[in-house]
Design a protein around this ligand. Structure first.
Ligand SMILES: *Cc1c(COP(=O)(O)O)cnc(C)c1O
Length: 393
């Protein structure tokens, strides 16, 4: 006998829960791809994505997961022999830098004091030392989905400006677009990379690259450009499908259209606020559970904890067993700890299509499993999370 029947709750940090409206929107037969409704939807999705990233600059769509969008960003703006400075704050920026290195770009990692946000002082110092401006681009994530740290992108921009450095600022927002406040234009970001399956509530399969004028200028001389990802024909398509370098990702476009409608119906400021409140409820629970030898936050500084994912260290508690019991006995899937964290951390995704019963269900279920495992806990996470929700109602 197991209680894990009913609708499964998948609280991993992407892919996130897909709204029924989005699933239904995808359930349609193939249309004409050369003219008609699909083309209007395709343009409206591009226009509205720009409103989510807060930019007037173009967006390019890769039919791929986030890694494909990473490669699209690299190949369209960099050349062999260029150097990128990778700001370490977990796994993902480093992975992006490694991808650049495979393409023939020199990738220097500015080590972070893991697990902490990027040090803007360290960045400014490194950039000031780069007198010959060898560094062509800075690569950073807004939210690192492994550590659950949130970096301060405006502060990073300010450090670049203080050093008077001309590098492109490239930001991976795959885990944060639609969850955390973000301003591509106002913050002076040159490349923003995003993908469908996290805050944007659509199945994995599309990546987005927003490019500033400066990034478009770099594109003109980038020698890593490839036939498939090259922005040139995508920006100036003879036929609409050339925006996608082939058959458009039809189902994903309908899904994105529906998801964008939902985001606009709610209002993006309200979407950000909802994420902040629900994330605060999760954090209140982790705070309450925290105790010696038991659970604790991976990110010590509360200002650097993200609103889309929380990485919880488990001390003496076996994280793999906790996840196993939650999933098999109670229908709750939690995120694994990445890399060195597998048996001593788990992650709670709180991005996208999420409301209090979903968050409180996740928290209450974790608490039940902790009790069953006789894990040490400081206090009731459920009560603490409910109190946060209560004060926001
Ligand atoms: C999920 C994620 C990626 C990778 O996206 P894929 O779609 O799995 O390729 C990259 N960066 C961040 C910050 C992510 O959260």
């Amino acid at each position: 006998m197991s209680l894990s029947h009913g609708r499964p709750m998948v609280s991993i940090p992407g892919p996130s829960v897909i709204p029924d409206r989005v699933l239904s929107a995808m359930h349609r037969p193939m249309p004409n791809i050369y003219e008609g409704e699909l083309i209007d939807v395709s343009f409206s999705v591009q226009d509205d994505l720009k409103k989510i990233a807060r930019t007037e600059q173009p967006v390019f769509i890769s039919v791929s997961n986030g890694h494909g969008a990473w490669e699209m960003a690299i190949s369209n703006t960099l050349s062999r022999g260029d150097k990128v400075l990778v700001l370490e704050s977990g796994t993902f920026a480093v992975g992006w830098g490694e991808m650049a290195a495979v393409s023939g770009v020199k990738a220097e990692v500015l080590p972070g004091a893991d697990p902490e946000a990027v040090s803007v002082e360290g960045l400014e110092e490194r950039l000031k030392a780069d007198i010959g401006h060898e560094i062509s681009a800075i690569m950073v994530v807004q939210v690192d989905t492994a550590t659950s740290v949130r970096n301060d992108i405006p502060a990073i921009r300010a450090a670049m400006d203080a050093a008077n450095h001309p590098a492109l600022l490239m930001v991976d927002c795959i885990a944060s677009l639609g969850c955390e406040p973000y301003e591509h234009d106002e913050w002076g970001v040159d490349i923003t990379v995003a993908a469908t399956q996290k805050g944007l509530m659509v199945p994995p399969g599309l990546g987005f690259v927003f490019a500033s004028e400066k990034a478009l200028h770099a594109h003109a001389s980038a020698d890593l450009r490839t036939g498939y990802f090259d922005w040139e024909p995508r920006a100036n398509p003879g036929q609409h499908y050339q925006i996608y370098c082939g058959t458009p990702p039809i189902q994903h476009l309908w899904a994105m259209r529906e998801a964008l409608d939902m985001l606009f119906e709610e209002g993006i400021d309200n979407v950000w606020k909802r994420h902040e409140i629900l994330a605060s409820a999760v954090r209140a629970a982790v705070e309450a559970w925290s105790c010696p030898n038991g659970l604790s936050f991976n990110i010590a500084d509360p200002r650097s904890r993200s609103n889309s994912v929380t990485t919880v260290l488990t001390g003496d508690v076996d994280a793999s067993e906790l996840r196993r019991v939650a999933e098999t006995e109670a229908g709750l899937t939690l995120g694994i700890g990445l890399d060195e964290f597998v048996s001593r951390a788990f992650r709670i995704g709180h991005m996208g299509h999420l409301n209090p019963p979903m968050v409180l269900g996740t928290i209450g279920t974790i608490e039940a499993v902790l009790t069953k495992m006789k894990a040490p806990v400081g206090g009731s996470g459920s009560a603490a999370a409910a109190a946060v929700i209560s004060s926001a109602l």
